[in-house]
Write a protein that binds this ligand. Sequence first.
Ligand code: TXA
Ligand code: MG
Length: 361
Amino acid sequence: MKTKLWKVNPTNPEQQAIREASELLKQGGLVAFPTETVYGLGAIVYNKHSVKKIFEVKGRPRNNPLIVHISNLNQLNDVVSKVPEELELLAETFWPGPLTLVLPKSPLVPLEVTAGLPNVGVRMPAHRVALALIEEAEAPLSAPSANVSGSPSPTLAEHVLKDLDGKIEGVLDAGETLYGVESTILDLTVKPPVLLRPGALPVEKLEEVLGLKVQIPGFARGLNESEVALAPGMKYRHYAPKAEMTVVESSRYSDQADLIKLTEAVKKHALYTSSTSARTCILCTDETIVFYSDLPPNVAVKNLGSRRDPFTIARNLFKTLREIDEEGFLYVVAEGVEEKGLGLTIMNRLRKASGYRIIKI
Ligand code: TXA
Ligand code: MG
């Protein structure tokens, strides 16, 4: 199959491209599109056959449910059967935006979408292209991240093509996505609500608006796998580069002494992995890069950004993991960050990407 590529203006998408893309969706095809988080791989939610194709082309385990993307609140009533009281407040405050809410599904949503679960994850993305596409398709789109299952989520159309060229009908290319990390997933079917996946919207913001503490299970912190495939990639290695990755975590990242201790441990592990002359890449930050001036030639350093700006670290993470594979590194050693705000999201992705290969200092 030839995958059609449309370059579109991110804030004012060309109508012709949106029309062609939605036509392919209506015919049962799969089209990748940008959102404010990462690129998604869309199919019309009511078309079981297209939904099944999503699982096939991604190599996605069948028990991992898909998020339904809506462009207006009328569609919410089509896909959910009960609207809990918190929903209005959250939707009003955060939609369109990087928040996915898990709610009881309506009978209209095929079980293929929810992997047999009685609940459905729904979000309204904050991206003109995504919203225009859903409007033109005249139906919500079920869309996982547009990558091959297990690999880092795509933040550029090039990443989508690398993984799925020739396997899907089209890609709407609107350049790099804003957050570079997926939406936050909150389960509203239980009280208090449970964080199923930390994402681009910090959990503290949800707590502020809800006026209560959200439950944060260990799997949401990326510490372990969930028993059931209730949510995000709890059963499989996720977001992972091909290179073998280790995360070095400290309990404190506050002052210079903490960071020196951290970088010493990172260097020690990097020297160990590179001792066989294999190439190793260290993932560091603005604050720590100075401590890596004395490395052997087969150890490289990539800076993700400042610890005071976790937005940038999160935004660079998946892109950098893909670069690491392109450049042929065999090992990655990543520094941990403080688990606060987007730091929780970053630690979830790092721990999962490492397959829980964690060194604690
Ligand atoms: O930002 C995002 O959320 C992106 C963009 C494209 O919207 N999408 C995304 O989808 O990250 P995906 O499929 O890669 O991750 C969605 C996660 C899945 O791991 C799935 O387990 C969870 O959401 N999920 C979806 N529906 C669920 C449900 N009914 N109950 C529990 N978890 C659910
Ligand atoms: Mg994904």
